[in-house]
Design a protein. Structure first.
Length: 102
């Protein structure tokens, strides 16, 4: 049986994340769709949780479908604010204003 998470898939996900422009955000599902795996948003989240082992990627620009920040990652909000991303409240990005149109 083939491993679900091989290095080719990991770098495919990370290459999409690398394309998210500064000041914009994408969702886990959006990234999954862009790599042809629309039903694998959780897989994208798993890869991003381990991204530091593969290099430097702007993973802070990825949020859930409602714009919610990753739980327990306090730095994410600060990094997004530095890029000019606007928020609806303390934990949710304003998706209408900031979602990456790819």
């Amino acid at each position: 049986m083939k491993k679900i998470m091989d290095e080719k898939l990991i770098y495919e996900i990370l290459s999409v994340v690398e394309e998210i422009p500064e000041g914009k955000v994408a969702t886990y599902g959006q990234i999954a769709g862009l790599i042809g795996r629309a039903k694998n948003a959780r897989l994208v989240g798993k890869v991003l949780s381990q991204a530091e082992f593969y290099g430097r990627y702007p993973c802070h620009r990825v949020v859930n479908h409602a714009g919610r920040l990753a739980p327990g990652w306090q730095e994410q909000r600060f990094l997004l604010l530095e890029e000019g991303v606007s928020f609806k409240d303390a934990n949710h990005v304003d998706m209408k204003e900031n979602q990456w149109e790819c």
